[in-house]
Ligand binder design. Structure first.
Ligand SMILES: Nc1ncnc2c1ncn2[C@@H]1O[C@H](COP(=O)(O)OP(=O)(O)OP(=O)(O)O)[C@@H](O)[C@H]1O
Length: 296
């Protein structure tokens, strides 16, 4: 099976500045992949290298089996890209921009462009310079999707879109995915990744530190625990908890003590054994907590 994206030790140095280092990433065809990382982590740099917009300092990248830098025309035809900032010439009309984006690929996409504009409520007569950020973003979505690409790469696609438009956008993306397209999205919005992506990669300081299914990411040994015991027993509870692996973030509110821990749940239950537990909640961490954990 061909991978939609494959990078081998992909590295980009910006002079003395760090970009990305030895990124080895594989995204299978048909996936919806979330690329997560804080500001400056290297998400846009990775995407620009993948699209051949910047040359890597070393390493290789393949998009739908084609080598980036060698088979750019073929890659451009089967890939749809939306940058994080939707900049277009302000004096051009929306219609001109959309038709221009199809023309550079040597394609006539007018039928699909019309359908997309209707769905996203894009006013094609307006000049780009008259549009709000969100409306420019919608033009970017049409430009990226009108040729029905096999691989959709979007850098922070929903920033600037209102909640209804975000829903409309994801509905569109899910449809494309059901039809076979692979989606690669960089995002800061963890709820969005949790809801729509199957797999995710976390990049930090230019290095890919984790690639995992979104489901498994939250299935770490990290647990959020809330336990309520009578005030008189709280001292004993705290003594017992001191021996539990990875204890952190402890807070106390009345009879309830909350904390994070890791390791086997059995060990935690042993530590609690014999105390008059009034209430106990052991939960998987949210994607936000997992994300913060990898960033610590
Ligand atoms: N043209 C450039 N010249 C020099 N350094 C750059 C350039 N572009 C990016 N960098 C640096 O490379 C690193 C990665 O930047 P990048 O834009 O890829 O991060 P990002 O994860 O996309 O961030 P954000 O979420 O803020 O968009 C940063 O340290 C950044 O300062």
């Amino acid at each position: 099976m061909t991978c939609a994206i494959e990078t081998r030790n992909l590295t980009k140095n910006y002079g003395g500045n760090r970009g990305i280092r030895n990124v080895n990433l594989v995204v299978e065809e048909g996936d919806i992949f979330g690329y997560l990382g804080p500001n400056g982590a290297g998400k846009s740099t990775s995407i620009r290298c993948l699209l051949g917009m910047i040359h890597p300092s070393s390493g290789e990248a393949y998009v739908l089996g084609k080598q980036v830098g060698r088979e750019q025309t073929e890659i451009l035809k089967c890939t749809g890209y939306m940058p994080s900032e939707a900049f277009f010439y302000p004096s051009m009309s929306v219609d001109e921009v959309i038709r221009y984006a199809a023309k550079v690929r040597g394609l006539d996409c007018s039928g699909e462009a019309n359908r997309l504009c209707d769905r996203l409520e894009v006013d094609r007569k307006k000049k780009i310079g008259q549009l709000s950020l969100g409306n420019r973003k919608k033009v970017g979505i049409v430009c990226a999707l009108q040729h029905k690409p096999d691989l959709i790469i979007m850098d922070e696609p929903t920033s600037g879109l209102d909640p209804l438009m975000q829903e409309a956008f994801f509905a569109l993306l899910m449809e494309r995915n059901r039809e076979g397209a692979t989606c690669f999205l960089s995002s800061h919005v963890l709820q969005e990744v949790k809801r729509y992506c199957r797999n995710a990669g976390i990049i930090r300081d230019g290095e890919l530190i984790k690639v995992e299914s979104v489901e498994n990411l939250t299935k770490t040994s990290l647990r959020r625990v809330k336990v309520a015991v009578p005030e008189a027993l709280q001292g004993r509870l705290l003594e017992r908890l001191a021996g539990v692996e990875g204890m952190s973030e402890m807070t106390r509110r009345g009879v309830e003590i909350s904390f994070s821990c890791r390791g086997e749940t059995k060990r935690l239950l042993e530590a609690l054994d014999g105390l008059e537990i009034e209430d106990l909640l052991i939960a998987e961490p949210s994607l936000e907590e997992v994300f913060l954990h990898f960033y610590d």
